[in-house]
Design a protein around this ligand. Structure first.
Ligand SMILES: Nc1nc2c(ncn2[C@@H]2O[C@H](COP(=O)(O)OP(=O)(O)OP(=O)(O)O)[C@@H](O)[C@H]2O)c(=O)[nH]1
Ligand SMILES: [Mg+2]
Length: 355
């Protein structure tokens, strides 16, 4: 530190001298006034003394510039690439807290982030005018989501001839129970002539399960072990107005089983094919299932177990990606009551249950 004393006839001048000698960074350590000259105090004049200092260490010692070690260089480059990645991600996120709140609402209802973004982008009007929790915003989102529901059609029995419907999908999703519900609806409630066929000879109790329902309802049931047997049973049931075919649950990752199922379902072009999916399935798994079972060329999809899940965003996620035709949803284990034709106006509010 460099310290110097300056005297002048005024404080202002003394400080000016200090700043000009030591620079703008000079600091005033001490000031005092004293009288100079004269005799016994007569004819003396008042002077000002300023003690000022400047920290020379800052200016004189050059900053240490150590060579970075290899590890530091690696960390710095990692940080730089993370920063650039973050900047890219942030630049893609549309700004505004309303956007992220609406995005959160959709994602809390199990809607995939990319699909949620698409839903928001496609909104026909400025949603930022609405409160995030308002019924108006909920209605706006529901109306937008409804645009992905392309078509809904249940089993339509023709006036002449017959309808053959086969049900397939992963294990345990509710295929057999759904068939029992539909059999009761068409045979008992609507009085059609129907027959049941089960090709599920894989599980010991599978045939018994459907047979129990057919016995109660007084509907004939046939068991088939191979595709050509199915053909024969279909041929011998020309008098029926509706034939419902049950199949064994299959893993979407077992290609051999899927090939076998495809052969069975294509034994007769008239077979209408229903893919049965549980609404409780995780979206990524449901995506795999739809992709893998598409080899069987499903005409329509049935979603089961919507009573077992709070969020049925999986349905929206799938419909946004595949032009699937919907048919029924099931909402419980009770035969025959817990099934209904998809009603878009009743289903879509459930999708945003957590709003
Ligand atoms: N909560 C609920 N349970 C259901 C529903 N539909 C079926 N279940 C139940 O799901 C379980 C499996 O039903 P199944 O009809 O045997 O299923 P599946 O697809 O035929 O099974 P596999 O033939 O073994 O592949 C049973 O306990 C049914 O009662 C539904 O809509 N809601
Ligand atoms: Mg079954």
């Amino acid at each position: 530190m460099k310290v110097r004393v300056f005297t002048a006839d005024s404080m202002q001048n003394a400080i000016a001298q200090a700043k000009s000698a030591l620079g703008r960074d000079a600091i005033i350590l001490h000031t005092r006034k004293f009288r100079k000259g004269g005799l016994w105090g007569f004819f003396s004049k008042e002077e000002v003394e300023v003690t000022a200092a400047v920290d020379t260490s800052i200016a004189t010692i050059p900053p240490q510039k150590a060579e970075p070690c290899v590890e530091e260089v690696a960390v710095q480059s990692e940080l730089a690439s993370m920063r650039s990645l973050l900047e890219k991600v942030i630049s893609k996120i549309p700004q505004g807290s309303e956007h992220s709140s609406v995005l959160d609402l959709l994602m809390n209802n199990d809607i995939d982030i990319q699909i949620a973004e698409q839903i928001i982008n496609d909104l026909p009007m400025d949603y930022t005018n609405f409160d995030v929790e308002s019924p108006e915003l909920k209605q706006l989102l529901i109306t937008q989501i409804q645009t992905c529901f392309k078509s809904v059609e249940g089993i339509k029995i023709p006036e002449q001839g017959r309808k053959i419907a086969a049900f397939f999908g992963p294990t345990g999703v509710g295929k057999t129970t759904t068939i029992a519900k539909l059999a009761a609806k068409f045979a008992i409630q609507e009085g059609y002539q129907i027959a049941l066929i089960t090709a599920d000879t894989y599980r010991i109790s599978a045939v018994e399960q459907l047979k129990t329902y057919s016995d109660i309802m007084g509907i004939p049931i046939h068991v088939v072990y191979a595709a050509d047997e199915l053909k024969a049973v279909l041929d011998s049931n020309q008098d029926k107005q509706l034939i419902l075919i049950d199949t064994a649950g299959r893993s979407p990752h077992n290609d051999e089983q899927l090939d076998e199922l495809t052969k069975l379902l294509h034994i007769d072009d008239a077979i209408e094919k229903y893919l049965v999916l549980s609404a409780t399935t995780k979206y990524k798994d449901a995506l795999d299932i739809v992709k893998k079972f598409s080899i069987c060329m499903p005409h329509k999809v049935i979603f089961t177990k919507i009573d077992e899940t709070r969020n049925i965003g999986t349905i929206v996620n799938l419909l946004y990606q595949f032009p699937i035709s919907l048919s029924y949803v099931t909402n419980g284990q009770n035969v025959p009551d817990d099934i209904e034709l998809v009603d878009i106006n009743r289903l879509t509010p459930l999708i945003l249950r957590d709003l």
